[in-house]
Design a protein. Sequence first.
Length: 292
Amino acid sequence: MIKSMTGFGRAEVIDEEKKVTVEMKSVNHRYLDINMRMPKKLSSFEASIRAVLKEYLQRGKVDLFIAYEDYTQSRVSVKYNREIAGQYLEYLQQMSEEFHLENDIRASRLLSCPEVFTMEEQTVDEKELWTSLEEALREAARQFVDTRIKEGGHLKNDILEKLDGMYSKVEQVEARSPEILREYREKLETKVGELLQDTQIEESRIAAEVILFADKICTDEETVRLKSHISHMRDVLETQDGIGRKLDFIAQEMNREANTILSKANDLETSNLAIDLKTEIEKIREQIQNIE
């Protein structure tokens, strides 16, 4: 099925100790470009996060936001540094003796000295944290893909509608071709007749001129190839995802044929049809840029 490169997904995993929130959105891009914003505590999971996302995505510029909240107080503990406290005590006693000061050292006095007591964050269980993060990540990715599929369906219907219109215009070009030759022959006979007046016109000379003109303006090959490209694009639209690049290549070939028809056109109606074809092809190419 077709997927758009525009999508959004959000998920949360909450338990008694933590909350992990994952939010992701994307726009079109030639390749897969993932930009992550998350707490430093989760940076060690970056490679694993990318591996998970590649299971769901092939192309697009993706912005990924991850938030982490720790509900427990047990993650932080107080650490007593006995060695530093002993050094403070030793120097305070030394100062008391050297300067004949009253030695009023108490435990509360040492408490205010830097580095005697420090706050230390306990190690987080990385396996447990990754389990919660992966759950939120996959749920957000599933929602993200769902929105892409929904938008992809709209893109597909729009492109198919434009292809139907293109096919109709190609048939009009084909139908117009013999009319152009007929009108050219009539104009040629009239012009030659006016120049030669009563002199008999050789039919073979007129036929030869018409053949040369027909060869010059003939667009049979271009219309046949253009119809083939339209049919091919319809078939590709019914295949699996990851078809954006292939569709873009087909659209380039369509545009090449439309350009040739326009360059060969010696008729206002055919020129207008070729311009309409180029316009529709450009609209299709714009839509294709949003397909994964």
